[in-house]
Design a protein around this ligand. Structure first.
Ligand SMILES: [Mg+2]
Length: 186
């Protein structure tokens, strides 16, 4: 295959956002949440009000170092010969990018470049990605629309299993992700 230019979503693909967010919601608001959330807005589905969810996000915005506490879901990974971008829609709050980049380098991929880009389709087009992986079906649709040569892959998670987008096969052409090389332990 030609030169690989990989785009990798961060939360739900290489970072365990859901578990840390679940814990934070319970800590700040106090209402119990399921251990394996089966939908995107799981706090709201469990009875959290919008004001309570906003309170949690206000905490995250005020404490961007919270992002440094997430557990990795993959790695350590190396991608010989490929250009790799970790692309996240985390909030554009000061220090979030630098904290995220140092976390990805420490926990997942020592050579990572991280971009903050809520529009994954525009990012895929601008970077001419050959492959993109995400856990959010809508992001895969946006990439396919904006950048038709980019091959997209869903990182399956409990919260996207039930997506009607996948039941209807609306995301056609899901492909295998190029196999990563897992770095040898020192
Ligand atoms: Mg994600």
């Amino acid at each position: 295959m030609d030169h690989l230019i990989l785009g990798i979503d961060v939360d739900g693909v290489v970072a365990d956002f859901v578990d840390a967010y679940r814990y934070l919601c319970q800590h700040l608001v106090g209402k119990p949440l399921p251990e394996r959330p089966a939908c995107w807005d799981f706090p709201q589905a469990a009875g959290y009000t919008e004001a309570e969810v906003e309170r949690v996000w206000a905490y995250i915005h005020a404490n961007p170092e919270w992002w440094d506490t997430l557990r990795p879901l993959a790695g350590p990974l190396v991608w010989p010969g490929a250009d790799v971008y970790y692309i996240t829609a985390r909030p554009r709050v000061p220090r979030t990018l630098s904290i995220t980049e140092s976390w990805v380098r420490r926990c997942v991929d020592p050579k990572a470049r991280v971009l903050l880009a809520p529009d994954k389709g525009a990012a895929a087009k601008a970077l001419r990605l050959t492959h993109y992986i995400d856990d959010r079906p809508e992001n895969l649709l946006a990439v396919r629309k904006a950048s038709k040569d980019t091959l997209v892959t869903l990182r399956r998670q409990p919260w996207n299993e039930g997506s009607p987008l996948f039941k209807d096969k609306a995301v056609a052409g899901l492909v295998g992700w190029p196999p990563p090389v897992v770095a040898e332990e020192e």
